[in-house]
Design a protein around this ligand. Structure first.
Ligand SMILES: C[S@@+](CC[C@H](N)C(=O)[O-])C[C@H]1O[C@@H](n2cnc3c(N)ncnc32)[C@H](O)[C@@H]1O
Length: 208
C-alpha cells in the first residue's frame, strides 16, 4: 500500500476528459493498434474479446478494421458504458456484441477466443492479475493476448494523480510485472515494447 499523503489530491477529473474522447480514439487507432499489430500480427477471421471496451468501442472497431477479426465481443463493468458502446458500434452490426461483465471473472468458457484485447483496463481493475489469468483461460491454444497499458510509473505519478481518478492505492501493472503476470497465467510473452520512459507498455503473449 502506498502512502496516500505523498501525492496531491485530485483537482480535476482528467479521466473524464480523456477516456472515451476523440483524442483518445485517435491515439488508439494511429498509435497503439499499429504497434500491437506489428508486435503480434492480425487475427484474420477470428473471434476476439475486448476487456473494458468503454463507451466509444474503438477497440472493437479496431479489432475488425485493423486486425481483421470476424467477430469482436466487448465487456465493460458499467452498464451505462455498455449501452453507449452498443450505440457507438451499431454500424458494425452482428460483427460486434457488447455486454456487461467483469474482466476478473469472465463468463466465457475456456478456450473461447482467438485473441483477447486489453487497452488500459488493467490499471483500472482492482485485481488486474486476475484479469490476465482470465484472459489466458478464455484463449484457445495459440490464441494471443494483446495489451496496452499506462504503467504504475505514470498512473501513480504526482502530475497524473492530480488530474485523474484511479482505484485506491494498490498493485498496478509495471512493464516487468505485466510480463511476469502473463507468465504466471501460463502465457508466453512473444513481444513487448515499452515507451515514454517506462510510462506505457504494449505486450503480446500467446497461449501455448
Ligand atoms: C481507461 S478506460 C479504457 C477504455 C478503452 N479500452 C480505451 O482504451 O480507451 C478503462 C475501461 O475499463 C473498464 N473496466 C475497469 N475495470 C473493469 C473490470 N474489472 N471489468 C470490466 N471492465 C472494467 C472501465 O469501465 C472503463 O470503461
Amino acid at each position: 500500500m502506498r502512502d496516500k499523503t505523498s501525492v496531491p489530491p485530485t483537482y480535476l477529473d482528467g479521466t473524464r476528459l480523456w477516456v472515451d474522447s476523440r483524442p483518445r480514439a485517435f491515439v488508439q487507432r494511429r498509435g497503439e493498434a499499429p504497434i500491437l499489430r506489428r508486435l503480434g500480427g492480425e487475427v484474420p477471421g477470428g473471434t476476439v474479446l475486448e476487456l473494458g471496451s468503454g463507451r466509444r468501442g474503438t477497440g472493437l472497431r479496431l479489432a475488425v478494421d485493423v486486425f481483421g477479426a470476424a467477430r469482436a465481443e466487448g465487456i465493460d463493468r458499467y452498464p451505462a458504458s455498455v449501452a453507449a458502446c452498443r450505440t457507438a458500434v451499431a454500424d458494425l452490426g452482428d460483427r460486434v456484441d457488447v455486454r456487461e461483465g467483469d474482466a476478473t471473472a469472465l463468463a466465457a468458457a475456456d478456450g473461447s477466443y482467438d485473441a483477447v484485447f486489453a487497452y488500459h483496463v488493467l490499471h483500472h481493475a482492482e485485481a488486474w492479475r486476475d484479469a490476465v489469468r482470465e484472459a489466458a483461460r478464455v484463449l484457445r491454444p495459440g490464441g494471443r493476448f494483446f495489451s496496452c497499458e499506462m504503467t504504475e510509473r505514470f498512473v501513480d505519478s504526482r502530475p497524473l494523480r492530480a488530474v485523474a481518478f484511479h482505484p485506491a492505492d494498490a498493485d498496478r501493472p509495471t512493464p516487468s510485472g505485466l510480463a511476469a503476470a502473463c507468465g504466471a497465467a501460463g502465457l508466453d510473452v512473444v513481444a513487448q515494447e515499452t515507451r515514454l520512459a517506462g510510462c506505457w507498455t504494449a505486450l503480446v503473449a500467446t497461449r501455448p
